[in-house]
Design a protein around this ligand. Structure first.
Ligand code: IDP
Length: 166
């Protein structure tokens, strides 16, 4: 990160990161993933454990309805506890997606062997983590998981003090 006179020169960005049920089922994996988050200079702004009903899963992944994997995905995402994070960093969306690696686990193992999905993913569906893919989706997805959190308010009131360390 760039430092200018003790301050971060880039504005922080928020992203939604989710540890999916396959990983939450394994406490050691959860610990390793949490450590990866901290090692990669993300600030944990919010974190919570939750379980989805099937209709939450259907709503969140509505854009994939009709795809061959949709039913499997919906069942899987409502099959057990998940952990959701709001993470802050400069360029958080890109950094988290890079750290996760490609969607498909077997591709990830060849192209990004250090990535989370390569190292911990089980199948293309049970691929360990979710991350927002744009500023707009981060705002929408953070609202879905953390309805009481306002991205705009955090950016206005909290971001400057996180960045300056005050
Ligand atoms: P992303 O999670 O990398 O952003 P998306 O294309 O948005 O990828 O897909 C959402 C989720 O749907 C994936 O994380 C994965 O769990 C599941 N998925 C996507 N493509 C496939 C597939 O080809 N087979 C099985 N599951 C898939």
């Amino acid at each position: 990160m760039l430092l200018t006179a003790g301050r971060l020169s880039k504005v922080l960005q928020l992203t939604l990161a989710v540890i999916k049920p396959d990983a939450v089922a394994h406490p050691l994996m959860m610990e390793a993933l949490h450590q990866r988050i901290l090692d990669n200079k993300f600030v944990v702004v919010r974190c919570k454990d939750l379980v989805w009903r099937k209709q939450d899963s259907e709503r969140f992944y509505a854009e994939h309805s009709g795809r061959f994997f949709y039913q499997r995905l919906v069942e899987f995402m409502s099959s057990g506890p998940m952990r959701a994070y709001i993470l802050a960093r400069e360029d958080a969306i890109r950094h988290w997606r890079e750290l996760m690696g490609p969607t498909k686990v077997f591709r990830a193992r060849y192209t990004s062997p250090e990535s989370i999905r390569a190292q911990f993913g089980l199948t293309d569906t049970r691929n360990t983590t979710h991350g927002s893919d744009s500023v707009e989706s981060a705002k929408r997805e953070i609202g879905f998981f953390f309805p009481d959190f306002s991205v705009d308010e955090w950016m206005e009131k909290e971001e400057p003090s996180f960045r300056s360390g005050r």
